[in-house]
Design a protein around this ligand. Sequence first.
Ligand code: FAD
Length: 459
Amino acid sequence: MTAELIQRLSKIVGPRFVSNAAEELYLYSMDPGTMPQAYPDAVALPKTAEEVQQIVRLAGELKVPVVPMGAGLVLSGLTRALKGGIILDMKRMNRIIKVNPLSRYAVVEGGVAQGMLQAYLKKYHPTLKHSMPDAPPIATMAGNMCIHGSGHLSVLGGSHSDMLTGMEVVLPTCEIIRTGSCSVSPDWFGRSPLPDLSGLFLGWAGTTGIVTKLGIKLFPNYAFNDMLIFVCEDADTMPDVIFRLTGVQVAEDMTPWMTPKPDWAKGFLHINIAFGAHSKKELTFKRNLLQASVRHYIDRKTAGFLPLPPTQKNRFLKVPSPDLARFADLRKGGGFEYVGAMMAIEHFPEAYRAGLEIAEKFQVSYSLGARIIGAGHAMMFFFAYAFNRADDEDVRRASEALDATNRAVLDMGGIPWKAERPAQVQIMEKMDPDTFALMTRIRATLDPNHIMNPGNWEK
Ligand SMILES: Cc1cc2nc3c(=O)[nH]c(=O)nc-3n(C[C@H](O)[C@H](O)[C@H](O)COP(=O)(O)OP(=O)(O)OC[C@H]3O[C@@H](n4cnc5c(N)ncnc54)[C@H](O)[C@@H]3O)c2cc1C
């Protein structure tokens, strides 16, 4: 079967872009997280939506699984071939198709990396930007969109899937469909007023189709940018602080962080608040608004803003932030995974305390933090654990800590984001049964051959 598969895949994408070499399958069998390896039978790199279509047709005929993959950086093992089959590496589909500078959106192919669009806009449309996650810049727009990612404009624009304006998708049954305005019009301006089919492909971990194009909202790129860092000691005040800071609707990004290193940071809760303006005067006005919003705490001397020299400030203003990637190698093995819990902001204090307790119990290197989504409408609270991949004991401890964190998150009303297989099981156990039954029916309708990333979102 593998020989036939390789030969027929070669005919579709060309022999250079198919492999079942042992060393390549090894690399594609894992991601940087704790999930165990799972080997695919083959890796294929298509160049066009038609090639994707032909691969899916072949997979349906041979009943072979297909696992779509961007950069494979999801950390929760969602691009591992749990039942073998083909990993469809999208990186060759890397064209930036168009930018509409007036209506502020871009249309890109399904393998375009975050860093590619960032560099393109910097060169050709310097007054525009898109929201970048803090993932390494090779992470793809589609991979991040498919998992409801978030990034440095998420206070302004919500989660990244809220910034999606439409998609082209190859269905498991091989049709190429479009969602949003682009299904009717040449313009990719948005998802209303039609029935919103985009949801059929967001949050499904690649089990319902392969995104070959997507439209994404762009935002003004300010000439002047600044950051304030708010510091306090009392976790119980954080929901109110976030409520006040988001209430003035000035920040583009707000990221609370709590880490034991460096020593000066231990025990304190920080919030990085990034904002920008078209002029220095506007920047000062916005800074004043933010500072005034939390004056209540400053006057009581229970909190304050951290004075930062410009060099330090510039480091914090880097997009994407290098800090998480640095933390990922804390244990010198490059192993890193986090529970990103989507939850309401009032759960901040219990999430913080649970994170500290779990890190202490399982003796793991931790970094806790959050990204505020919208005007305080939700947050992605992260519990990140670094480990040395070569140290089995270290990996086991991190795995157990992640499992305990997923349970704690669900108990406090949150939902693990981009859930790894064990976390999916915990979510499915808690989900309203009729809702899960509908999910299963939708998936069976879209994918009657059950070839798309099987093993995910199923009991
Ligand atoms: C240091 C670090 C920091 C991070 N910070 C952030 C952050 O700030 N915000 C954030 O959102 N994430 C963050 N992440 C998590 C993750 O890396 C990103 O979300 C990243 O954008 C995922 O993109 P990817 O191309 O690697 O996706 P992949 O891992 O390749 O895929 C993710 C999921 O999407 C599916 N998929 C991929 N491409 C397609 C496609 N074309 N069609 C259909 N399904 C597809 C896959 O099957 C999988 O289920 C971080 C990760 C690291 C390592």
